[in-house]
Structure formats: C-alpha cells, structure tokens
Design a protein around this ligand. Structure first.
Ligand code: ADP
Ligand code: MG
Ligand code: MG
Length: 664
C-alpha cells in the first residue's frame, strides 16, 4: 500500500480538469529524480514482502479497521523499535503487514522472513476477539453474498443506486473509511461511465443448472417477480459469476515482493527478466477458486482485480469511435506489463564488486552488448503519449524508459487532492506517484524517493497470498533467490511479451499448474562463460547478441512447458529454475548448514507444488468444498460450508499448516 495523503479528494467532475496538470508535473518530478539519481550505485539487495490479511468474524464483527488503528498507534509509539508495520488496504476488513524495514542483503537474511511473518500474524491476532480470525486467503468466499444473511458485520445492505460502489452486492461499509478508497471507487466508475463489469466462468459441477442463471439479488426483485440476474442486468452473462464493483478485486489479498537493485540498470534488467516469471508464479500460487459464494472455473484473482478497476471509457475500450478520449487502450490499468525496460545501450556496468554483496559470484558485469534485449520482444503495440515521450527523450531519457513512462502516463489521475495540486517538482514526487502507483501492473519499477537512502527497486506483483506463513515465506524467498540466480548466471529469459500475455491468461485457468502449458524461452544461458558446468548439456550456446541474431529464431525459440518443467526442469531440454537456484547456492561461499537446510525446505516445497505433489491453495480449497457433506454438487458454497472452510483456514494459519489433510 502506498502513501495515504490526508486531504480533500476531488470528485471526478473536478479531478478530470487537473489531469494534464498532474501528468505534466509528474513527468517533471520524475526528471528531477532521474537527474539526481540515475548514477546512484552500489545499493545492496535489500528486500521486503507485503502480506494482505482479512479479518473474519465467526458469527459477528469484522473489525480490521479498529485493529489497524490500534496497531498504528503502537507502531508510532514504538519509535522504530519494532520489526513490523501495518498499513490500511482497500477493504475495511483488511490489513497489510510488512517488515518495519527491509531485510538484509545476505543469504542468511532470507531466513528472517518467516519469523517476521509469524510475528506479524501473532501480533495482529492478539488484537482480535475470541470469535475473530486473521486469515491470509486470496478471496473471502462469501464476499458480496447477502443471503441468507449479510457477509459483512455489522450487517449492512448494498446501495445499488447511491454511494461510491453502486453495487448490487457490496455495501460501501466494506470499503476502508479513508477518503482515498471511496473516491477511487466512485471516480473509476464515473470516469468509465458505468459500473465495472466482471464475469468469471462458473465451475460446472454435476448438479449445476445448465445454463447457470443466477436468481436476481433481493434488491432487484420487484413485485415478487421471478427473474434471473442476466435477464435484469445486461452486463451479467449466463454461465458466469457476475461482479460489479471495485471491492471484488481490490478486496482480495495478494503477496508482493520488492527488492532493491544495485543500480538503475540492474533494476531494469531484473524488471524484464522477472516479468516473464510473473504468470508462472501466479499459476503456482493460485488461491482463488471461489467468488461471491460460487465455485469458479478459474483459480486466480487476476482478471477479477483487473476488471474491478477498469476505468477505461467506451471509446478507450474501442466500443465507440474516439471523440473525447485520447487513446484506444487495450488493457485495464491493472494488467500485465506492456513493454520491456531493458537497460539497452545505457548499460554501463554496476556495482556488484562489493565484497559483501548478496551475490558473491558476480564479479564483473557483462559488456553492454550482452544485455540480450532485442526490439522484437516488445511485440505488443504500445499505447503511449507522444508528447510525454518527446519531453522525456529531449531530457536525455532513452527510448525504452521514455516509452515506459509515456505508456503509464496515458492514464488520468483518479484521486486528486485539492491541497496537493501545486507542489515543488524538485522535492515532491506526489504527482508522479499518483499516476505510477495507480498503474497496477505485474511488475513495478520504483525510482528512489527524493532525499532518501532508498535505491532503485523492482516489485514483483502477480502472486496470490498463501494460507500459511511458511508458504508465503517460501514464495518470497524463491523470487529473491531467482533474482540472484538470474544475475549470477547471467540468464536470458526474454521472449515476446505477447507470449507472456498468453501465459497470464493460461495461468488463471483451473488447475493450470497441472494441466496447462506455458510459453518459455528454451535457451536461457545467453553467456556460456557463466553457465555452471552441470548444465553444459542444455541448449545452444550463443556467444554474442550478434551471433544470436544470425542464428535467428532457433536461438530465440520459445517452447511450451508445464510449470513443473519450468520450475523443476525437463531432461535434456530445460534446466529448471529450482536446479538453477540450487546451483547458485552450492557455489555461494560460507553458507552454513542451517541456512542451506532452511532454504532447501522452501525450494523443496516450491518444487513439489510445481510437480503437483502438493496441491495449490486453490485446489485445496476446492477439494475442501467439494468434499464437504453439505455441498450439493451445484457450485454453491453455502454459508455453513464457508464457515467450516474459514475455521480450517484459521487453524492452518495458527498452526503453521499443521492440520490433517494439508501438506507442506
Ligand atoms: P508499495 O510500493 O507496494 O506501497 P512499500 O513501499 O510499502 O510498497 O514497500 C514494500 C516492501 O518494500 C516492504 O516489505 C518494505 O519493507 C520493502 N522495502 C522498503 N525499503 C526498501 C528498500 N530500500 N529496498 C528494498 N525493499 C524495501
Ligand atoms: Mg497492498
Ligand atoms: Mg506493493
């Protein structure tokens, strides 16, 4: 969660008029940061996670917001002498917990994350009442269900024709009371010109009606009429679960990892390489098989959250010819990235010579030509603001970085605070952050805040939250180790971005980990000098980018692999990310036995889940529902089934996963 400004947010009608101002000054603010910090070097690989939790009440009371206020007061009084931090999130029932400051840059420090997560969970739990639970589940299964009773406590009714959401299902009381969140909700809807419309395919079980036509919610039923939801609401599709407001997506919980790079060039390189991994890690962390009380035919939240903040006008969505909107925009502002950021010709070395850096194997960086980027990988037509592009390039920003920001800045600011309009661009980044932080993409490239010790960072944003701290630690550690391994072995994961987008669609399908194939680059060793000997048997060795170009597509081939093959390897064809990470660790000097043992537990877990030996959270939840004696085979997750599920999820969190029928 980013900074929450105090002040008076403008309604859409007023905010709209300030969009150009915010964009212009946002870019000016970025240019100040760039001029001051583009040569910032030798930052350490500090990193941190963000875990979003929901507070659920068994029988009554969802008070996460009250708990948050007390945690914040305690944090303020502690004067920095604490190891955790809690922040608000979109839902009033949500909390976001992070470490107080980033973890250290040593491999040993990776083992600090799980104890820190446990401490956060225990602490927040200690503020709850007897009948409440802190859960880390991607989506609360009854979110938006009002029958037989309200999913919210205290109970309240949705207000379809008033307030911020105008939802048929979710009352505004579910939203965090900070004005930013309601304003975001209302202004997204007003900018779009209608409510958001999300349709997730229903999972068709043996007794699911064909076609599946949901009965209309009570607020739509007039004179006892017996009409279905799709009959009354044109946006609601048959055979789908329909959702109509921001809370359905932003009210979900996810796991994000931010890490600092040693320089802007390294940050850009990691941004690109990891972008390829975002769909794979989304599929591997799948945790959302239920929406609004129905089993869905998808396992992930991604398209739901993407649709939940889709503020594009009809013109921008290509439904009407462009008249008052400026661009045709193919994606929501919550979406996969649309352009690689490669260091390109800027690549000028780095800073890994420090004796104490995290990655002891990197002693020199590859020469500029070996950055592997090629324009052909950026194969998605990139909508961007030509004037902003020009402004940036005229101020010395290279083509790719200028395109990146000219792309993010096609969006309007959604929340504009009256008090924050006129700012000193040389010291403030508020306008820049306004647009930057409402581009919710799979990766985020984060420039250093002005006048701070913080360096260039990259955020990995596609993963779903896991039910236990062990799992959340395992995914976080895996991603951090992946960054080290990519840098150490100089891996090249580039493939066309259109294929990464296909993988995003594939990764959300039910049981994608087991059943689907994903595009992936076959030849990941771009630099034979950096290839560990045990992988000599793999793929074509191409000595330089020039030779790669000569070798053409055979060098660049993307092949279709399962998640298991990508993570664990495929004999004679693909080395696998876990074996690569193990090779990285085995070459790291002075690792203690206990560190290695701890890290191996995480790697073993990731490896077994990828291989299907341990079900994903989504599969486990599905099995729980479908095996429940009260489940009727009709895709409906009733209140009592959801109750038992949440009891089990609570127990899982509290016992660190030691519950019969749950494997880690
Ligand atoms: P967001 O941009 O999503 O609001 P935050 O600023 O809250 O993210 O931080 C996300 C994570 O980044 C936290 O775990 C935090 O500890 C970590 N973090 C803070 N400073 C640094 C740093 N210098 N390098 C890397 N990670 C950092
Ligand atoms: Mg968050
Ligand atoms: Mg974040």
């Amino acid at each position: 969660m980013g900074l929450l400004t105090l002040g008076t947010p403008l309604a859409w009608g007023d905010a709209q008029g300030h969009a150009a101002h915010v964009r212009r000054h946002g870019i000016a603010q970025f240019l100040h940061v760039w001029a001051a910090l583009k040569t910032r070097r030798r930052d350490k690989l500090l990193w941190g996670d963000e875990i979003e939790y929901a507070v659920v009440a068994f029988d009554d009371a969802a008070r996460a917001h009250d708990v948050l206020l007390r945690l914040e007061a305690r944090e303020a009084a502690a004067n920095g002498q604490i190891s955790w931090s809690f922040k608000p999130e979109y839902g009033r029932y949500m909390l976001e917990g992070t470490p107080a400051g980033p973890y250290g840059f040593l491999i040993e420090d990776l083992l600090a994350v799980e104890p820190n997560m446990r401490e956060r969970r225990a602490l927040a739990q200690s503020y709850l009442k007897e009948n409440e639970a802190l859960v880390s589940i991607t989506n609360f299964p009854l979110l938006g269900v009002n029958q037989p009773s309200s999913f919210l406590d205290p109970p309240s009714s949705p207000t379809p024709s008033g307030g911020a959401s105008n939802s048929l299902f979710i009352p505004d009381e579910a939203i965090n009371p900070h004005p930013r969140f309601r304003t975001l909700t209302q202004n997204i809807r007003e900018r779009r010109g209608s409510k958001v419309a999300i349709n997730v395919p229903i999972f068709k079980d043996v007794n699911t009606p064909v076609p599946f036509l949901e009965p209309a919610p009570p607020c739509l039923v007039q004179n006892g009429e017996n009409k279905t939801l799709p009959e009354l609401v044109p946006d609601a599709k048959p055979d789908h679960i329909y959702m109509d407001c921001m809370c359905f997506g932003m009210g979900c919980s996810c796991l994000q990892v931010t890490f600092q790079a040693c320089s802007v060039e390294e940050a850009r390189r990691l941004y690109d390489q990891l972008a390829v991994m975002t769909p794979i890690m989304m599929a591997l962390s799948a945790g959302a098989p239920i929406f609004r009380g129905y089993l869905a035919d998808v396992d992930c939240r991604w398209d739901v959250i993407s649709g939940s903040v889709d503020d594009r006008t009809r013109e921008e969505r290509g439904l009407d010819p462009l008249k008052s909107s400026r661009f045709n925009i193919p994606k929501s502002r919550y979406a996969s990235i649309s352009t690689y950021l490669s260091p390109g010709p800027l690549y000028s070395g780095g800073c890994s010579q420090d004796p104490d850096v995290f990655s002891p194997m990197v002693t020199t960086l590859p020469p500029p030509k070996d950055t592997y980027y090629d324009a052909k990988y950026n194969d998605i037509p990139l909508v961007h603001d030509k004037d902003i592009y020009k402004e940036l390039t005229q101020n010395g920003i290279d083509d790719l970085l200028a395109k990146h920001y000219a792309h993010l800045f096609i969006r309007d600011p959604i929340v504009v605070f009256t008090e924050k309009l006129d700012l000193d661009d040389s010291t403030s980044t508020d306008h820049f952050e306004n647009i930057q932080s409402t581009n919710w993409q799979t990766m985020r490239f984060k420039p250093p805040p002005p006048l701070s010790p913080i360096g260039w960072r990259v955020e990995f944003r596609s993963m779903e939250i896991q039910l236990t701290d062990f799992e959340n630690a395992a995914y976080s550690v895996f991603v951090v180790l992946l960054t080290r391994t990519i840098l150490s072995f100089d891996l090249n994961l580039y493939m066309k971005l259109s294929l990464v987008d296909l993988n995003m669609a594939t990764g959300q399908k039910r049981d994608a980990v087991l059943k689907e194939k994903f595009w992936f680059r076959k030849n990941v060793f771009g630099n034979p000098a950096r290839r560990p000997a045990e992988f000599d048997g793999f793929a074509v060795a191409v000595p330089s980018v020039a030779a790669a170009a000569a070798a053409g597509d055979s060098y660049d081939d993307a092949v279709e692999l399962t998640v298991d093959e990508i993570i664990n390897g495929k004999a004679n064809e693909f080395p696998g990310m876990v074996p690569l990470i193990r090779a990285y660790l085995s070459a790291a000097p002075n690792l203690s036995y206990s560190t290695l043992k701890g890290l191996n537990e995480y790697l073993d877990f990731i490896s077994r889940r990828a291989a299907g030996k341990i079900p994903t959270g989504a599969r486990w939840i599905r099995n729980f529902v479908m095996g429940h004696p009260e489940y009727k085979g009709d895709s409906v997750v009733s209140q009592s089934v959801a109750y038992d599920l949440m009891k089990k999820v609570d127990e899982l969190g509290k016992t660190a996963g030691r519950v019969a029928g749950y494997s880690l």
